[in-house]
Write a protein that binds this ligand. Sequence first.
Ligand code: ZN
Ligand code: ZN
Length: 408
Amino acid sequence: MDAFKRNLEKLAELAIRVGLNLEKGQEVIATAPIEAVDFVRLLSQKAYEHGASLFTVLYSDNVISRQRLSLAPEEGLDRAPGWLYEGMAKAFREGAARLAVSGNDPKALEGLPPERIGRAQQAQSRAYKPALDAITEFVTNWTIVPFAHPGWARAVFPGLPEEEAVRRLWEAIFQATRADQEDPIAAWEAHNRALHEKVAYLNARRFHALHFKGPGTDLVVGLAEGHLWQGGATPTKKGLLCNPNLPTEEVFTAPHRERVEGVVRASRPLALGGTLVEGIFARFERGFAVEVRAEKGEEVLRRLLDTDEGARRLGEVALVPADNPIAKTGLVFFDTLFDENAASHIAFGQAYQENLEGRPSGEAFRKRGGNESLVHVDWMIGSEEMDVDGLYEDGTRVPLMRRGRWVV
Ligand code: ZN
Ligand code: ZN
C-alpha cells in the first residue's frame, strides 16, 4: 500500500475511533458531499469493522443546489426539509452518532443572487434547529472529518492542475489531523492532554474578560457567568468522550452576550455557504455588533446577521496559538474547520451549553450571559501580531498570548 492510501486509512480510522469513539452496536448518520463517495465507503467500512449496527449516509449535491437557487420560485426558497432534520434529531437523541464529512467548493454558489442564497440559508438554519440543538447539547457523540473536495483543492491551490491540487490538499489534511504520524491515535492522546492542561489553567483563573489587541483590533470580550473553557475531547451527556473536530487546536468558552466592547478585524477570509467573505470589521457596544462591514461578500454576511437578534452577538471566543500545525502549512484553507483552528476566533450566534457550568438551558442560560441564535459562525481574528490578556473584575490583567503565542 502506498503512503497516500495508508494515510487515508489512518484518517478514516481516526474519525471512527478518536473522532466518534464509536460504541459497539451504535448507529451512524453521515452527511457528505457527493464527491466524497469513495472516502465515505472507507469510513463505513471502518465503522462496521468497529461494531456499527447501521451506517446511513445523506449526500449533498452542489449541482442540485445551484438548480434550486436559480430556478425555484421565490417563495419556494423559504422551504427546507424540516421532516428530515426532526428525524435526525430523534435519531441522535436515541443514540445515533453523527459523522459529518466536510470539504466543499467555496465557490459552489458563485454568481447566484445573494438575496436568494440568504433567503434559502435562513430557512435552512430554522429547519435545522432541532438537529443542531441535539448536537450542541452533546446528547450523542459526533465528529467532523475533512475530505479533499476537488473544488476546495482548486481554491486552496489555484495554480495547480486539479489532480495535483487534490493530492496536496490531502497532504495538508493528513498533517493537520496528525494522520501522517506513525501512531495517530497516540498523537491525539498527547494533543488532548495538552489542550486539557490549557483548559484547566483557564478554568482555575476564572477571568472576567479577555482583551484582544492587534492591528485594527482592540476588543474586550466579557465572559459568561460560570463560563467553562473546553477543548479537545469532549464528554457527551452519557459520558462518552468524542473529538467533535478533526483537526482541532482551540480552547474555547462562552462570551457574555451583553459584555463585548470595541473593534475587531478579521485576520483570515471566511467561507460562508459557498461565498467568500473577506476583510470583516465589527464594532461592538454592550455585546451587540452595531457596525459590521466586509470588503467582499458583505451582503451574504449581512443576511446572516439579520437572521435574529442573537446573530449580532457573540456565542464563542476561542484561543489558538499562531504556531500550530494548521497555521504551519502556511495555507489559507477557505474552510472554517481549518481556518478557525489556525487562529484565535470569535463566533456570531449561538453559544454552547457545554461552555456554561451545569449546562443550563432557557432562562437560566440567558441570565448567565449565554447567547441564543439560529446561527453560529466562527471568524478568525488571531495572528502573529495579536496579544491577549485575561482580565479580572478589578481590572488586573494577566498576559495569556504575546504575538499569537501562549505565554502561560
Ligand atoms: Zn471554535
Ligand atoms: Zn464555533
